[in-house]
Design a protein. Structure first.
Lengths: 351, 1374
């Protein structure tokens, strides 16, 4: 456009007049003279940083390693172990799904597990992280809002989705056989083991103010693979039923990777002989073996572990820190040598 | 009687679409009609008739949208961008439930943001266009409607209207000039806005209409114009006026084009021929070519590559999905059956491909383009705001007119510069002189502390020009004392010239010189008491030391290129005849009387001094002539003048004959004032390895002179080659010779190199650059000189300094296809290249040539319309907003008012821009790869099911909120070294030219770093978390914890990385970096809050995750570990790079750091080698220079003839009115009267007392010399001129029987048929006619040069009435 010299393409016409009317402001911002810190990678800063870094990693690594060493963990694959091979075979055939099967696993604890003992069940090769698997859930329903995903009869399934449908339904009874005395049932706390927000915010039963759960879930169907409806999940504790059942909540918190463990219970330490943890001795686990894993070539396991502030036994982190520390130290040495022998910047400039 | 206004103004924006549609329809009709519309018919004062043709109205429309159409049109335009369409496509994909791996808003939010930012920008632009359109359309003009003048808005003016223009008004449309207030229907216009030429041009109406005069007559004018259809040729118009059954030919001389300004003319009337969009101005303002930077192109390529990479990853993951579904997924079906449409793993894989395309689309960052735009906009504002690029004299800040080219400013390798107005101010100042062996003027002792005291002329001379500066009062003393030589010297200057004067009021003199040199000389004489007051064709009136003297001008021996001198022969009141001559010393010193030998030696020493200072010198001489000598010579001159053949040669011989045995008076030195800081700028730019080519339309001498004075050429140069061949062969030979010599010399030099390096090499600041880091041991460490090229290409490693000067004809040959490679290789081996006498088109061709052969970034800088083509074709065009109009500025990408700002623009802004853009791009690609590739790794663990790693809100916000601001801040504010340093160390500019900071290699490094980061970010949390539990025993391996951990680690890692990349931490950077981190945590906690979940439980699955994850020490240990693993190697790598292979910028930074720490100015000495360049070269000024004298003026031959003919004397000027009062009538009036009363007076009736100076001539087309060659090839322009010449000649022929100078003839009606008859004559016939009869007219076609640089068709009357006799006759009449 040639015809309009009056309108500048950018910037504004100012009202000022005089020879310096259009003079740009002399502000530090506009003149790009803002006070600034311009750091530079000099040997004085980088090399000490590397050594310091290495040292910190080293200390952390050692500390973590010591911490991890103090934890104990017992892992038992019970897929086909002990008497479970029968159940394993039985579950291969899906027509037997309704038939109960239980088996027993015997194992010794050589050294007492001190402190809180956590009981996990683990699954391998079970993909809770598939997109469609995760998408199939309905958090709206779980919070008690609506009922959707109708089954063949037109009844909404509660809880709906592949996650809930595939809930892990083995149950365990752990028995302690002390060297002296009778066998004692190891008491496990099965409640209060989920995230606080899950239990209290994310999962709510449908308006059960003055209705019973059965009434609240009236007109819904149970998931296809479930043996019992959602409001009967915990036969012992009526408040642990419906969507706020801890097992359900824990299962519904999908694992990020195909091999995972989920908390089953915590040792209840009020009574002897478990006040200090699990004493050494022989134990049996009575497993109600319901969950079939052979379809997807999975494994099932039980994990017993003690914890520190840092969590369960986890060797990767301290080792990673130690390795990082070593590599950083190596790098620091190389850098020092390079700087000392071949460096062009520092020395020549300072002379 | 008002013309119905079809639209009230206040509705303007609303109604525009309608109008526009209408206009479009009209245009549409026309576009179909255009092929058929062979001619345009316009009848004056007849709207009904003209409406039949549906010509465009005068309303212009440059805006693109209005309120209603904005949204659809703008969106449509935006979706034409591939990137936007791509994201739209993704959006559609996301709506398919089987594919959708992300919610729709993850794409639509960024897309909407990008679209709205662009839309806002477009809307703002369009708003300004609306405003300017409105303003232009609403300008008032006076339209003649039914006999009376009425004010109308411009947009309501129609084709066929007659409008009145007043002085200093813009011309509203393309008009046919009908009549004007000036005699002969002349009017003056300034065409600066149209073609950029600031000089005034004259337009003349057709004689018949100029007689119409007042509105009453014009109202009844019903002539019909038939002319060519609208076109964009500014210097051409072809049409015919039919009126009262007669035909009149119309040319461009009769046209006033839209955009011109009427000057010095009270009023004029014109008939609208082309209006609005049809006007030549609008036809010319075509869309400018959209320039893209090399980074843009690279970016597009890279985006394509990334896209390919994305597809590859999609394919890999899809194959993975197929395998997985077959091997594992099929077993898993009892828990997760396939969705209904999927029935086999292949189909599942197919869907998975698209799902992954959606997830991984963030590797092609949607915000890339918009961020780049924002950064460039920021850089443009910094350019606009730069106080140091503001010129306080002209109140012009620098302006980035294009916002898309900034980083290319950091990569310029070739600068093509115009000379006049760009390097020079086009102001000549009389600086020094040598009179009779005595030198005067400043600078006799450059080292001495000489306070410059301006000589005050006012007490001595009331007529002095107050603007004249001279610093040596000894000269004034010498004048006052009455030194004869000094008097003669200034008398010569006041007489020997072709300047016209204008005296507005007593003592207020204005000189109009054809070249500024002459004006400077005459002004000097004026101030020293020899005031040139006025001239007539036969006299020169001066005031000498306060006493008025009138000299009779006997002859002007005009200047031409070969003669390189001009002389006048005058008779003083005492009757003595004297010849005054000024000219180039080379020619003039040869023609001196032998007695001058001693004086000549002294004077030529002075000349050498002046020349070494880069001044333009002239030698002055005189010769007293006796009456006899004069008589004999004038006789021989007359013969020569009358000669039918070889007239030029014979005239030259005659001139030669009398310009002999002259007495030397002295010499003048004129400074062609360079713009401020040109030398330093050129020095600094060449240190930055930027090659500067000067392309000028000026003459070779001038150009070379300027080359020397701005230190592009130095006497230390090994060789300066001058290519001036006229034929293909000779040019080829000369080029070959130059090349050979370069190779030879550089071979011998290479041998001597060692000694030279050790020796006094430091004397030349430039050489260091050429030779890499030679010389001083204190010199800064800079990248080693580029390894010598393989000997296969000898021209690439020429050492030594060469310069090439090539002129227009040779260039035309050199630019031919078969020679261009040779020319390029030779020219590029030279340090300086000067092309003189080049046409605008050639300028563009040279630029294109370099673009084509060198693949280098070019920058063209110029100020005039002749630079427009060059500015447009270069990668970057810079316009100097100087005196020469705004055409160049309008075509340019950047504009400022001083050449010296170029160094700041390139070395500071360009460098920073490039650096910032490169850093920005590197980081941007890095962060997106680090972000996206995590999904890829996760694919192997989640059965390739296209599950995302992160929360969808994180994916949505990552690019636009969490990481955008710090990188934008870096892209806008980062500096590696402060601006003074980049000017001090021009070498810092080099990485940009070599494209080191962002290229494919750097890109791959970024990508690799990004992928590495993504690996760390995925596998470290994966390995840690899969076994870890919270301290409450709850496992950490759940998906949400993993997502939060990875996302947090990612944000922290990229923030640490940007912290490492940022080299300049301003407050803004701090705020943005810390703010982004803070924002991340704030937003995350907000999104994971119970409140939001309670409202939308289906949208916010992550309730409580942030809280329960980030409270775990393991998570933080994991994040810390991941960050360390990501950053430590980068840090080590960077440190090694800085330490082992430091770039110059690193070194400069380091030096500064050390300097800051030590708080003492140690570094100055280090920088000294670089800083001292200016002073080093300054110090060598006194070196012996080659003599460059020059009457090297922008002088054109034939101006003397114009003067003596009196043609160019302004009629209305007061100067002539004064003259008229003295002589009772103006000379023109005399002629007119003479035409009536003495129609056939024999020309030489005046007899003895005033021998007719036979060089008196009449230039027939008095207006044609203004024709400018704009666009179009030179061939065409020649053709056009040829076409035009006969027309003018026919007029001449038509007039000849009545002995009437045709331009003055208000072509009486009886002359018209003759003119028509004559119209059939061919030029040859005219020539023959002219040759035969003594009273006829000769047509001289100019030389080829003239053909190139403005044509002049002169018709010379060998026996025209001589002015003195006219004067006599006038008195007789009185």
């Amino acid at each position: 456009m040639v015809d309009v010299p009056e309108v500048p393409l950018m910037g504004k016409v100012k009202g000022k007049s005089g020879p310096l009317a259009r003079r740009p402001d002399n502000s530090a911002f506009k003149q790009q003279r803002l006070p600034a810190w311009s750091p530079m990678l000099t040997a004085n800063t980088v090399l000490p940083f590397f050594y310091l870094m290495s040292l910190i990693c080293m200390l952390l690594g050692v500390w973590l390693l010591l911490t991890v060493q103090s934890t104990q963990e017992i892992k038992l694959d019970y897929t086909e172990a002990g008497t479970c091979d029968i159940c394993f075979e039985k579950r291969k055939n899906s027509s037997n799904a309704a038939q109960p099967c239980s088996c027993t696993l015997v194992f010794p604890i050589k050294k007492a597990l001190k402190g809180d003992v956590f009981f996990y069940y683990g699954l391998q090769n079970f993909h809770q992280n598939l997109r469609r698997y995760m998408d199939s859930r309905d958090d709206g329903q779980m919070v008690g809002r609506k009922k959707n995903l109708k089954d063949q009869n037109g009844l909404p399934i509660a809880p709906c989705g592949a996650v809930a449908n595939s809930i892990f339904n083995d149950s365990f009874i752990l028995t302690y056989h002390g060297s002296s005395g009778p066998s004692v049932l190891v008491p496990l706390l099965r409640k209060g083991i989920a995230w606080y927000t899950d239990k209290n915010v994310k999962y709510r039963n449908p308006n059960n103010d003055n209705m019973t759960l059965v009434q609240a879930f009236e007109g819904t169907a149970q998931p296809l693979y479930w043996q019992k409806p959602v409001y009967e999940l915990d036969p012992l504790d009526p408040t642990n039923n419906g969507f706020i059942n801890d097992d359900l909540i824990i299962w519904m918190r999908e694992a990020a990777f195909p091999n995972f463990k989920k908390l089953y219970g915590v040792l209840y330490r009020a009574n002897q002989p478990f006040t200090k943890g699990l004493p050494a001795g022989n134990y049996t686990i009575n497993i109600s073996y319901n969950f079939p894993v052979q379809y997807f070539q999975g494994r099932k396991e039980v994990v017993l572990t003690t914890l520190t502030w840092f969590g369960g036994q986890n060797h990767f982190l301290p080792v990673a820190y130690l390795v990082t520390s070593c590599l950083t130290l190596l790098m620091a040495v190389i850098l020092t040598v390079a700087w000392w022998k071949f460096g062009k910047n520092g020395k020549r400039m300072e002379e | 009687m008002t013309v119905p206004k079809d639209i009230p103004d206040k509705w303007f924006p609303l109604v525009l679409p309608l109008k526009r549609k209408k206009q479009k329809a009209v245009n549409g009709v026309k576009s179909t009609k255009k092929r058929t519309e062979e001619e345009r018919r316009v009848r004056a004062n007849d709207r009904e008739y003209n409406e039949k043709f549906q010509y465009a109205s005068n309303c212009i429309m440059t805006s693109k949208y209005n309120i209603v159409t904005f949204l659809p049109v703008n969106l449509f335009e935006q979706f034409q961008e591939v990137a936007n369409t791509y994201f739209l496509f993704l959006l559609i994909l996301q709506l398919i439930p089987q594919i959708s791996s992300l919610s729709w808003f993850t794409t639509i939010v960024p897309l909407a943001l990008v679209l709205s930012i662009t839309a806002v920008k477009d809307a703002t632009d369009d708003y300004f266009r609306h405003k300017s359109d409105n303003q232009v359309n609403n300008r008032q003009s006076q339209v003649l409607i039914r006999g009376s003048l009425q004010n109308e808005k411009w947009m309501n003016v129609r084709v066929g209207d007659i409008i009145k223009l007043e002085n200093n008004q813009f011309v509203a449309a393309d008009l046919l000039l009908l009549s004007s207030s000036e005699p002969h229907g002349l009017c003056y216009i300034e065409t600066a806005e149209l073609d950029g030429e600031s000089n005034m041009k004259v337009r003349q109406s057709v004689p018949v209409t100029s007689a119409l005069g007042d509105p009453n007559n014009l109202a009844s004018f019903d002539g019909e114009v038939v002319c060519e259809p609208p076109n964009n040729k500014l210097d051409r118009f072809c049409g015919t006026l039919y009126w009262r059954d007669k035909k009149y030919t119309l040319t461009n001389q009769n046209m006033l084009l839209r955009g011109c300004v009427l000057r010095n003319t009270e009023a004029c009337y014109g008939l609208v021929i082309f209006a609005g969009p049809d006007s030549k101005l609008m036809q010319n303002s075509g869309r400018t070519k959209f320039k893209r930077t090399s980074i843009d192109r690279l970016m597009n390529t890279l985006v394509l590559w990334i896209f390919g990479f994305l597809v590859c990853m999609g394919v890999i993951l899809a194959v993975g999905n197929a395998v997985w579904e077959r091997e594992v997924g099929s077993l898993f079906q009892s828990y997760l059956p396939w969705d209904p449409p999927v029935d086999n793993f292949m189909f599942s894989a197919f869907l998975s491909f698209w799902s992954y395309v959606i997830i991984l689309n963030t590797v092609v960052p949607i915000s890339l383009y918009v961020s780049v735009e924002v950064i460039r906009l920021g850089h443009s504002y910094f350019i606009n705001w730069d106080k140091q690029m503001f010129c306080s004299q002209c109140n012009t800040p620098a302006e980035a007119r294009t916002t898309t080219l900034n980083e290319e400013l950091g990569q310029v390798e070739y600068i093509f510069s115009d000379k006049t107005g760009t390097l020079t101010q086009n102001i000549m100042s009389f600086n020094k002189c040598s009179i009779n062996g005595q030198t005067y003027g400043e600078g006799t002792d450059p080292l001495g502390p000489q306070p410059k005291v301006k000589v005050d002329f006012t007490p001595f001379n009331p007529l002095a020009d107050p603007n004249f500066c001279f610093y040596d009062d000894t000269l004034l003393e010498s004048v006052k004392v009455g030194d004869t030589h000094t008097h003669k010297f200034f008398r010569l200057l006041s007489l020997c010239h072709t300047v016209m004067s204008e005296e507005k009021s007593e003592g207020e003199l204005f000189y109009k010189a054809q070249s500024p040199d002459e004006s400077a000389l005459v002004t000097a004489a004026r101030n020293f008491g020899f005031v040139f007051r006025s001239r007539t064709p036969g006299t020169i009136t001066t005031t000498e030391m306060g006493r008025p003297v009138t000299y009779t001008l006997l002859a002007i021996l005009d200047f031409n290129n070969i003669r390189k001198r001009m002389s006048v022969i005058v008779r003083n009141p005492e009757g003595r005849i004297c010849l005054y001559c000024k000219g180039a010393d080379t020619v003039l010193l040869e023609r001196l009387h032998p007695s001058n030998q001693e004086l000549m030696n002294i004077t030529s020493d002075h000349l050498n001094e002046y020349a070494a200072d880069g001044l333009r010198t002239l030698a002055l001489a005189y010769r007293d002539l006796s009456e006899d000598e004069w008589e004999t010579w004038s006789e021989s001159h007359r013969c020569a003048d009358k000669a039918a053949s070889c007239r030029e040669d014979r005239l030259a011989a005659a001139y030669e004959q009398i310009e002999q045995d002259m007495m030397l008076l002295g010499a003048t030195a004129i400074e062609d004032k360079l713009q401020e800081g040109v030398q330093e700028t050129i020095a600094v730019l060449s240190l930055a390895n930027i090659k500067i080519w000067v392309l000028t339309g000026d003459k070779q001498e001038t150009a070379v002179n300027i080359g020397y004075s701005c230190k592009m050429l130095t006497d230390d140069m090994t060789d300066v080659f001058i290519i001036s061949g006229h034929t293909v062969q000779s040019v080829r030979q000369e080029l070959g010779r130059a090349k050979q010599r370069m190779i030879d010399l550089s071979r011998t030099r290479d041998g001597e190199k060692e000694e030279e390096m050790a020796g006094g090499f430091m004397e030349n600041g430039f050489k260091e650059v050429q030779e890499g880091d030679g010389g001083g041991g204190k010199q800064l460490q800079c990248p080693p000189p580029s390894a010598p090229a393989p000997p296969s290409n000898l021209m690439d490693n020429i050492s030594g300094e060469f310069a090439l000067v090539i002129n227009g004809h040779s260039l035309a040959h050199a630019l031919e296809a078969d020679m261009e490679t040779e020319f390029v290789s030779t020219a590029c081996a030279c340090k300086a290249v000067i092309c003189c006498r080049v046409t605008p088109l050639q300028k563009a061709q040279v630029v294109e040539l370099i673009k084509k052969h060198k693949k280098a970034v070019t920058l063209a800088i110029g100020d005039g319309a002749n630079d427009v083509s060059m500015i447009k074709s270069a990668h970057i065009g810079v316009g100097i907003s100087g005196q020469e109009g705004i055409q160049a500025v309008l075509a340019s990408d950047y504009s400022f008012s001083q050449f010296r700002f170029l160094q700041r623009l390139l070395l500071v802004h360009g460098r920073w821009s490039y650096l910032r853009m490169c850093r920005f791009l590197c980081y941007f690609f890095y962060k997106n790869f680090a972000f996206t590739m995590v999904h890829f790794w996760f694919g192997f663990f989640c059965g390739f099911s296209a599950q995302t790693v992160y929360d969808q809100y994180f994916i949505t916000l990552y690019n636009i909120v969490y990481t955008s601001l710090p990188v934008l801040a870096m892209g806008i504010f980062d500096q590696d070294v402060p601006d003074q340093r980049s000017l001090e160390y021009p070498k810092l500019y080099e990485p940009g030219q070599l494209n080191l900071l962002f290229n494919k290699r750097e890109f791959f490094i970024c990508i690799a770093q990004g992928i590495y980061t993504s690996v760390v970010l995925f596998f470290v949390p994966c390995a840690v978390l899969s076994n870890a539990t919270q301290s409450t025993g709850v496992p950490l391996a759940d998906y949400q914890t993993f997502a939060v951990t990875t996302a947090t680690a990612l944000v922290i890692v990229v923030s640490v990385q940007i912290a490492l990349d940022t080299g300049f931490w301003t407050v803004i950077n701090h705020v943005f970096v810390w703010g982004s981190l803070g924002l991340y945590f704030t937003i995350m906690f907000a999104l994971h809050s119970q409140t939001l979940f309670k409202i939308f439980p289906n949208q916010f699955h992550f309730v409580g995750s942030a809280q329960s994850t980030l409270l775990q020490p393991v998570v933080w240990l994991t994040i810390a570990l991941a960050t360390a693993i990501c950053i430590v190697p980068v840090l080590a790598f960077r440190f090694l790079k800085v330490d082992l292979k430091p770039q110059l910028s690193d070194t400069v930074r380091y030096t500064q750091l050390v300097r800051q720490k030590k708080r003492k100015p140690v570094g100055r000495s280090v920088g000294g080698a670089w800083c001292g360049v200016g002073s080093v070269s300054e110090g060598r000024l006194g070196a012996r220079g080659s003599r460059r004298s020059g009457y090297a003026f922008a002088h054109q031959e034939g101006f003397g003839e114009l003067i003596t003919s009196g043609k160019n004397m302004r009629l209305s000027s007061l100067a002539l009115a004064n003259f008229a009062s003295r002589h009772s009538s103006t000379w023109i009036d005399t002629l007119r009267r003479k035409k009536h009363s003495y129609a056939h007076t024999p020309p030489s009736a005046s007899g003895e007392s005033s021998p007719a100076p036979s060089c008196v001539s009449v230039s027939v087309p008095p207006l044609s010399s203004s024709s400018s060659v704009l666009g179009g090839t030179q061939d065409i322009s020649i053709e056009e001129e040829r076409g035009a010449a006969p027309v003018q000649n026919t007029q001449a022929v038509a007039a000849s029987p009545t002995q009437t100078p045709p331009t003055l003839a208000s072509a009486s009606e009886e002359a018209a048929p003759q003119a028509l008859n004559a119209g059939v004559l061919t030029p040859a016939a005219v020539r023959a006619h002219g040759g035969d009869s003594p009273g006829g007219w000769t047509v001289t076609l100019g030389t080829v040069q003239e053909a190139l640089f403005g044509w002049k068709t002169r018709t010379i009357a060998s026996n025209s009435p001589d002015p003195p006799s006219v004067a006599k006759e006038t008195s007789q009449i009185e």
